[in-house]
Design a protein around this ligand. Structure first.
Ligand code: VG1
Ligand code: CO
Length: 544
């Protein structure tokens, strides 16, 4: 057995718990001891029982393999009995969640910076997931952060790199490393959840789709599931080979970074369904022929129809959405007589609701949808649920959307992002908002009158933990809303997100332009927050 080595180290600045683990530039992670510091802090906090099982996988971005080899040696020195790692170091975030659950692992390290770009000058990230397969809750991430500030050593064994490309077992120190097929378990799970024979039938009878894997992790999953198991034509999956730099693009499935897909879907050559996923496979973009579906609407439409899918028949217990996500899902919950939960941004807040069986489907406005099948959002899962619904109902995406709005009304929605702004200005803007909360109600901004303003605070209904300061909400009397929050996933300066929403009841203007519908809210947001004054910007960098 190889020797355990104790490497003395200095504490690093760490990073206060953000939306999803530690995210920094690759160059930061490449500093001596940096990744090791964080990983050791995780192991110190979770203090694995001897023989514990750890899952390791990432989205294949630059630096993935290096950190995986480091983490394997450190796991061996910290008493783990077995590590499960995806072949090539690959595991999509939802697949990692499933593997943790299926093999009853104690937890997992998910290496990804999600939709952020990859490469030597771009981003990397490490996140710890707990035994339920989900992101560690705030109590755990807070303890890990505190530990990174005091750590003075990390443990490793002296051992060679293992061959990550050979499926099978290897020994590192006293520990077994199993390199597993990253796709098979996940694809089997999808086959258990959905009516594959109904989907196969429409694929065989001319229903067409394009799935853009954005040169990120979902390529191998999508090819296996959509082309091999469901029979969609070869070439249905584009950009299907994971690249370390995602081909130089942002693997972010939105209308800016997946513009080719959007243009195709709006053209006369559009297939029936267009879809995409992000760097680590947990986000999804859904576009029908001539019809983009906002993520908030997608959550509502999927929730309204989820019992069509075999694994969900008769068991929709509740719906959960993050606070900035539109209230479209709330109307579905009300109609179906199930509760709707409003949580802070970040998937970790859904974990307790899913574990307790209080929510079955969850979603975020940032292109995340998922269910109790794993404890992460799941891009391909959302695409397959859409396919299952369309196959059984025999309607188009556009028809489904129109029917939904005619019944529930429509929540026009947009998010404006101001990226890489100065932290001081961003903080001053948020402080300015907080200082106004008490005096805003009753004030008029153009046609809008404020009915309520607060700083969102969440009390977890399962464990009673409180998460304060989760964004500023300003509600207007006509049911529309503006929300302000600072991103917790950026790696440069600060990012301000302004979420805009306006509701139109059934039989109102259900087919209007979103930009026009949200114009009063955009103007009110500027008046209330002084965005230009605090950020020096006259418009957002990205609108989604
Ligand atoms: C963003 C999204 C949030 C999402 C998070 C992680 O966080 O707004 O909804 O959960 O990214 O998604 P923030 O703090 O930057 O707004 V992913 O696909 O990076 O795991
Ligand atoms: Co992601």
């Amino acid at each position: 057995m190889s020797q355990i080595v104790t490497v003395p180290t200095q504490p690093f600045d760490g990073q206060a718990p953000g939306t999803s683990g530690l995210r920094k530039k690759v160059r930061v992670f490449q500093q001596p001891n940096y990744s090791e510091n964080f990983i050791q802090a995780v192991f110190d906090v979770v203090s694995p029982e001897p023989g514990a099982v750890l899952v390791i996988g990432g989205d294949g971005r630059f630096h993935n393999r290096t950190v995986i080899q480091q983490a394997i040696r450190m796991a061996a020195a910290n008493g783990y009995g077995r590590v499960l790692v995806g072949k090539g170091g690959i595991l999509s975030t939802p697949a990692a969640s499933h593997v943790i659950r299926k093999y009853r692992a104690n937890g997992g390290l998910v290496l990804s910076a999600s939709h952020n770009p990859g490469g030597p000058d771009e981003d990397f990230g490490i996140k710890y997931n707990i035994a339920n397969g989900g992101p560690a809750p705030e109590g755990v991430t807070g303890a890990i952060h505190a530990r990174t500030l005091e750590i003075d050593r990390w443990l490793t064994v002296e051992a060679d790199d293992i061959d990550l490309d050979a499926i099978g077992n290897a020994r590192v120190g006293g520990m077994t490393v199993s390199v597993i097929d990253p796709v098979a378990d996940y694809a089997d799970l999808m086959e258990d959840l959905f009516d594959f024979s109904a989907i196969r039938k429409i694929a065989a009878s001319g229903f067409t789709m394009r799935f853009d894997a954005m040169s990120a992790v979902t390529g191998p999953y999508a090819i296996e599931i959509l082309e091999n198991r469901l029979g969609f034509a070869p070439g249905t999956v584009v950009n299907g080979i994971p690249l370390e730099d995602f081909g130089g693009h942002h693997p972010d499935p939105n209308l800016i970074h997946a513009k080719d897909l959007y243009d195709l879907m709006m053209s006369p050559d559009a297939p029936d369904l267009g879809a995409a996923s992000d760097g680590d496979g947990d986000r999804n973009l859904i576009i029908g022929r001539g019809r983009f579906i906002t993520p908030s609407d997608s959550l509502a439409m999927l929730a309204a129809n989820i019992e069509i899918a075999p694994a969900y028949r008769g068991r929709l217990a509740g719906i959960a959405r993050s606070m900035p996500t539109s209230a479209a899902a709330d109307r579905v919950a009300e109609a179906l007589g199930v509760p709707c939960f409003e949580t802070p941004t970040g998937w970790k807040f859904f974990g307790n609701l899913l574990d307790a069986g209080m929510a079955t489907i969850c979603g975020e406005e940032s292109a995340g949808t998922g269910s109790d099948h794993v404890r992460e959002k799941d891009g391909l899962w959302a695409v397959l649920l859409w396919l299952n619904i369309l196959a059984v109902r025999g309607i188009s995406v556009d028809e489904l959307a129109r029917e939904h709005w005619a019944r529930y009304g429509r929540n026009y929605y947009a998010r404006h992002d101001y990226e890489g702004i100065e932290t001081a200005g961003a903080n001053a803007l948020m402080d300015g908002l907080k200082a106004q909360l008490a005096v805003l109600p009753g004030k008029r901004f153009g046609p809008l009158t404020v009915s309520m303003a607060d700083s969102f605070s969440y009390t977890d209904p399962v464990d009673g933990s409180v998460s304060a300061n989760q964004g500023i909400r300003v509600l207007f009397e006509d049911g529309s809303r503006v929300v302000f929050r600072l991103s917790g996933t950026g790696t440069q300066g600060a990012t301000l997100r302004v979420y805009l929403e306006s509701y139109v009841a059934p039989f109102g203007h259900l087919d209007a332009e979103t930009t026009a519908m949200l114009q009063p809210q955009v103007a009110a947001a500027e008046d209330i927050a002084g965005i230009a004054r605090h950020t020096g910007r006259t418009g957002p960098d990205v609108i989604t």
